[in-house]
Design a protein around this ligand. Structure first.
Ligand SMILES: Nc1nc2c(ncn2[C@@H]2O[C@H](COP(=O)(O)OP(=O)(O)OP(=O)(O)O)[C@@H](O)[C@H]2O)c(=O)[nH]1
Ligand SMILES: [Mg+2]
Length: 217
């Protein structure tokens, strides 16, 4: 089911409304991340997402009510034509990879290309390396993700675990703060975000307890 921002505006008050598309290869944990963000719970086995699922949660950011609409897309190839149609209205994209599977990290340039092709110009993009609880199976170093983020001018990299509740809210709070900082959404109405200049430097953040907790590239 799809909601327009104007429908939300009619329903209830909020200071900001942001639409975030969550993309990445199948089974990296996108749905688990979104479910954890929504309800704080982790469910071990998930069905693969069919098409796109919609979730919304309000955040309080510095006293402002920020509605985060998250579009959780299917990673499976056969749903690409459906998911591509959701890029256009997004203000930001989160690309998820599984840090225990190198192939999902290698796919990131492909996902960035999809955003460039189907999304609005200057979409804010963040990377998340999920399943950081499986540290002993790690195949993607945080440094490699930082390098890639820097190369493509992405906002940030965070390593997350839906299973162990690591950095899930932080992802969305960081994204909300960045979008607010770009100061481009009208209150109670449609977005004017797209088309604004991107003038902020990329900031890359880490999370793994064993590693540094914050770095700027
Ligand atoms: N260990 C661990 N497993 C996770 C984590 N997040 C998700 N999983 C597992 O990874 C598998 C895939 O999770 P999903 O959330 O369905 O993956 P998805 O990216 O939404 O997959 P598609 O819907 O096909 O695109 C499931 O078995 C989850 O239980 C995590 O943080 N840690
Ligand atoms: Mg899913």
């Amino acid at each position: 089911m799809q909601f327009s921002s104007s429908a939300w505006a009619a329903d209830e008050n909020f200071d900001y409304l942001f639409k975030i598309i969550l993309i990445g290869d199948s089974n990296v944990g996108k749905t688990c991340v979104v479910q954890h963000f929504k309800s704080g719970v982790y469910t071990e086995t998930q069905q693969n997402t069919i098409g796109v699922d919609f979730t919304v949660r309000s955040l309080d950011i510095d006293g402002k009510k920020v509605k985060m609409q998250v579009w959780d897309t299917a990673g499976q190839e056969r749903f690409r034509t459906i998911t591509q149609s959701y890029y256009r209205s997004a203000h930001a994209a989160i690309i998820a990879y599984d840090l225990t599977r190198w192939s999902t990290f290698e796919s990131i340039p492909h996902w960035i290309h999809e955003i460039e092709k189907y999304g609005a110009a200057n979409l804010v993009i963040m990377l998340i390396g999920n399943k950081c609880d499986l540290w002993e199976k790690r195949h993607v170093l945080f440094e490699d993700a930082c390098t890639l983020a820097e190369k493509y001018g992405l906002l940030a990299v965070l390593e997350t675990s839906a299973k162990e509740s690591k950095n899930i809210d932080e992802v969305f709070v960081l994204m909300a703060k960045e979008l607010i900082a770009r100061n481009s959404l009208h209150l109670y109405g449609e977005s004017a975000l797209n088309g604004l200049p991107l003038d902020s430097s990329p900031v890359v953040m880490a999370q793994s307890p064993s590693e540094k907790t914050h770095c700027t590239c």
